[in-house]
Design a protein around this ligand. Sequence first.
Ligand code: PMP
Length: 391
Amino acid sequence: MLGALAAPAPDPIIALMQRLAADPRDGRIDLGVGVYRDAAGRTPVMGAVAAAEARILAAQQTKGYLGLAGDPGFLAAMVDLLLGASSDRVAAVATPGGSGALRQVLALVAQANPDAQVWIGVPSWPNHAAIAEGLGLAVRPHAYLDAGGGVDTAAMLADLEGARAGDVVVLHASCHNPSGADLTGDDWAAVADLCARRGLVPLVDVAYQGFGAGLEEDVAGLRHLAGGLPEVLVAASGSKSFGLYRERVGLALALCAGPAEAGRVGAALAALNRRNFAFPPDHGARVVTTILRDPVLCADWRAELAGIRRRVQANRSALAQALRVATQGAGFDALERQRGMFSLLDLAPDRIEALRERHAIYLVPDGRINIAGLTPATIPTVATAIATVLR
Ligand code: PMP
């Protein structure tokens, strides 16, 4: 029976990781996989995380099951972090990572409205479409990027005029993956108006809170939607903001029209957890709750996150400047303006291959680079290599 199964198309990012691991050259530069790296190339355990883990280890008496929705303290702390206040319109469950959260909110959509179309910008994180399609939902593309590395809001809104009431629009809260091009405040307001007018439900993917303009700023768009629309879905990840990648921290949230709906939707989400994996992982969630509920740990975490944000931004500016010098060209302002760990370089596939083969510089085939993978020492090397392959 299993012999009939075709192998799935290899994930380009996972394939790249394997290729890099097999590359014997010294000085390989990994701008591929989307994890934060410090100036030494490490993905560190954040100080507040280590402190919280020590406390949990000292105090924890049991690892018995919790509820299907996860620890209520975690849900409340995450709702505060995301929405800025609690609400009786919120239904939420803990999930394995942001990917698990996307899966669960989209499973909720598939249950509530199997005919819903899921509108996803081009480009987007490939797993958005993969998860929606895996649940049998129809995926529809909408325009997103303009030629200058910003968002083509007019084209995006024009495409979304083709959506039907009950359709879902996937939006990146901040630090758009893969482009770094984020919606402005005016753009969020325009999207909110369109969703209200046409009865569309936004699904906001919050995977990089704190990596863009700031912890509050990065969810300002989400909060604008939450303030004005009857229904908003959220898939949040603790992977980047808390550096808890492998612990799988996530939250699936549905803002509902009222408390009665929220109660039913919460039960539906818990039942979906039950069916898919039963109890969500707790360790990482407990770390997050410990940090968010302790003023000292929370201040320490915020400060470290601000340092991460500053480092990524400094790398952006330095790379843009080094590229201007190396290519003797302009046109790198967008790179500097964009936010978060990713930007798309306008490089043809053979140039990307040349960077890998001749210069041991790895980036994803679509031209996405992880800005956090750069260091002051590698930025000139990378800029020169890019200028060379462009010649
Ligand atoms: N959404 C986006 C846009 C992402 O980039 C990621 C991580 N690459 C995720 C969601 C999910 O992250 P995780 O499942 O690791 O929490």
